[in-house]
Design a protein around this ligand. Structure first.
Ligand code: FE2
Length: 214
C-alpha cells in the first residue's frame, strides 16, 4: 500500500484525518467499574451448558464437572504446597528438594490447566480464585510456619494420597458414565503424574544408611 506523508498529502484529506484522530483519542478511554452494575453473569457457577456438541448428555457432564472441580481445587492446593516447601526447605538435602519441589510445582500447574479446560469443554465453570479453592479443597491446610524437610514430605505424601484416592473413584465413575475424555485425563495425566511424584518424594524419607550397608 502507498504510504502518504503529511508533506505530499492533498489538503482535502487533512480534515477527515484530524477527525478520526479525535475519535480514536476518545474511544481508547477505558470504561471503568462495569462490575458494579453488571447484568447477570454469562453462566452461573455450578451449571453446565450444552453448547458444545461433544456427544455427552447433561447428567454426565454435570457429574464430571463436579468431580473435576474437586480435583482442580485439590491440585491447586498441592501445587501451592510444593511452592511453599520449595521456598522454606532447609537441611542437608536442601538443594535436591528445592529443585524437586519446584519441578513438581510446575507439573501440578500444568495439570491445573488441563483440568480447568476440560471443565470448560464439558460446559461447566472452572474454579479459579484462591479463596474459592480454599473453601473447596479437602487437603489439610499446612501452617504458615517453616517446617523440617521430613514433615514437609509427609504433608505432600498425604496430599498425594488424597488426590490419588479420588482419581481412582473419579476415573471409574467417568468410565461408567461413558465420559472417556475425563477418564483419560484423570488416569493418564493426573493419576500418572501424582504417582510419579509420590515415588520421587517418598525416597527422601526412607530411613536408609548413607555410608555403610547394614
Ligand atoms: Fe524458585
Amino acid at each position: 500500500m502507498a504510504k502518504t506523508t503529511a508533506k505530499t498529502a492533498p489538503a482535502a484529506t487533512k480534515a477527515p484525518k484530524q477527525a478520526s484522530e479525535e475519535k480514536s483519542a476518545v474511544s481508547v478511554q477505558p470504561i471503568m467499574n462495569q462490575q458494579f452494575d453488571a447484568p447477570a453473569p454469562l453462566q452461573k457457577y455450578g451449571t453446565v451448558s450444552q453448547r458444545l456438541p461433544i456427544g455427552l448428555d447433561a447428567d454426565t457432564r454435570q457429574k464430571s464437572v463436579e468431580m473435576l472441580n474437586q480435583l482442580l481445587a485439590d491440585t491447586c492446593s498441592i501445587r501451592d504446597m510444593y511452592k511453599k516447601h520449595h521456598w522454606q526447605v532447609v537441611g542437608p538435602t536442601f538443594y535436591q528438594l528445592h529443585l524437586l519441589f519446584d519441578k513438581h510445582y510446575e507439573e501440578q500447574d500444568a495439570l491445573i490447566d488441563m483440568i480447568a479446560e476440560r471443565i470448560q469443554i464439558l460446559g461447566g465453570v472452572a474454579l479459579a480464585m484462591a479463596a474459592d479453592i480454599a473453601e473447596t479443597t479437602i487437603i489439610p491446610r499446612p501452617p504458615r510456619d517453616r517446617e523440617e524437610a521430613p514433615v514437609q514430605v509427609s504433608r505432600l505424601l498425604e496430599a498425594h494420597q488424597i488426590i490419588l484416592k479420588n482419581c481412582h473413584d473419579y476415573a471409574k465413575k467417568a468410565d461408567d458414565a461413558g465420559d472417556d475424555g475425563t477418564n483419560d485425563l484423570v488416569v493418564s495425566n493426573v493419576m500418572r503424574t501424582n504417582e510419579l511424584q509420590v515415588w520421587f518424594v517418598s525416597e527422601h524419607v526412607v530411613d536408609t544408611p548413607l555410608a555403610r550397608a547394614e
